[in-house]
Design a binder for this molecule. Structure first.
Ligand SMILES: [Zn+2]
Length: 324
């Protein structure tokens, strides 16, 4: 593009990497509150503080993970297909876009030959992060839904969730012979496991918010959740989010909901409701001001988290559509 004088108006703009990194850092720093991303669900932070406060627990988890994660990463590198600028570049570009949006380093991305729709993030706090995506996800998610999915995994990395999410995965691997796992497992009494699972469900709400911040369209996040319930085999236009939300109305009143206490993820209907709340919050439009329209009556961060807490709560779930 050239102006009326024939000179290129962008010629004087510094496009160097250092300048880019500095500008990203300052824009993402603007979204940190006390070192924590401003979109993080308060319940996630509160429950994690409780886990961190258990004497010796975080140190033990770090020690075990420093042995476990390198082994997992080697196995991933051995068996999964790594995407990059020359191999599945469109998937790689989505990861680059999501990482830049959140202001984190671009994670390595690998494709797992697995027909279920799934994805995962692996990292210890200061370690190079890695994301896996199944072929089932690639086949059935639209490019927009894939962006919501990869954004969600980047959110786990951005919020340093992976130390404990990988720990949950390891504890589920009963046959592990890694040193230290026995000590961790002995800590893993039922109340402890319930506490870990309850934190994990709150952490998923935080990561879903990251997925929304990174996505091209808010609706992609809802249809991704719907596809996670059905396996995505029915194609486009098969999902009615309102019908899924009515499933929540049934769920919140039945005692069977207590089975969720041992789930690491909230049910998809709860997640969609929490996403609806985030779509109506000041925090989202702080990240995506271009989505803002006039006359929006947005929730404050405190109101947002209070409402989500009551939707995620298994014992006493909030009635849907309640006022402020
Ligand atoms: Zn997740």
């Amino acid at each position: 593009m050239h102006d009326a004088n024939g000179s290129n108006p962008t010629a004087s703009i510094n496009v160097g990497w250092d300048t880019y990194v500095r500008s990203r850092r300052s824009s993402s720093d603007a979204h940190l509150v006390g070192g924590v991303p401003d979109y993080a669900f308060a319940l996630d932070c509160n429950l994690r503080q409780k886990l961190n406060a258990m004497p010796g627990f975080k140190q033990l988890a770090r020690a075990v993970m420093s042995t476990y994660l390198p082994r997992v990463k080697q196995q991933i590198n051995m068996n999964y297909l790594k995407v990059g600028p020359t191999q599945m570049p469109e998937v790689y570009q989505i990861a680059v876009d999501c990482a830049r949006r959140l202001g984190i380093g671009v994670p390595e991305v690998f494709i797992e030959n697995n027909t279920s729709m799934n994805a995962g993030a692996y990292a210890i706090e200061d370690d190079a992060p890695l994301i896996t995506i199944t072929t089932g996800m690639l086949e059935r998610a639209t490019p927009g839904e894939l962006k919501a999915c990869i954004g969600h995994e980047c959110g786990h990395i951005h919020n340093n969730h992976t130390l404990y999410t990988c720990l949950i995965e390891l504890l589920a691997d009963a046959g592990s012979t890694l040193p230290g796992v026995g000590a961790l497992a002995s800590l893993a009494s039922i109340p402890f496991q319930l506490a870990l699972d309850s934190w994990s469900r709150a952490a998923e709400v935080t990561a879903d918010r990251a997925g929304m911040i990174c996505s091209d369209s808010i609706d992609d996040n809802y249809t991704l959740q719907a596809k996670l319930m059905s396996g995505g085999v029915l194609g486009e236009n098969a999902y009615d989010v309102q019908a899924i939300l009515r499933q929540y109305d049934t769920l919140r009143e039945t005692p069977i909901r207590f089975l969720e206490a041992r789930s690491t993820h909230p049910t998809s209907a709860r997640r969609i409701i929490a996403e609806h709340e985030f779509a109506n919050s000041e925090v989202l439009y702080g990240w995506r001001p271009e989505w803002r329209t006039t006359n929006m009556n947005l929730l404050s961060k405190t109101e947002l988290d209070e409402r989500c807490k009551r939707y995620i709560n298994i014992k006493k779930s909030k009635e849907r559509g309640g006022g402020r």
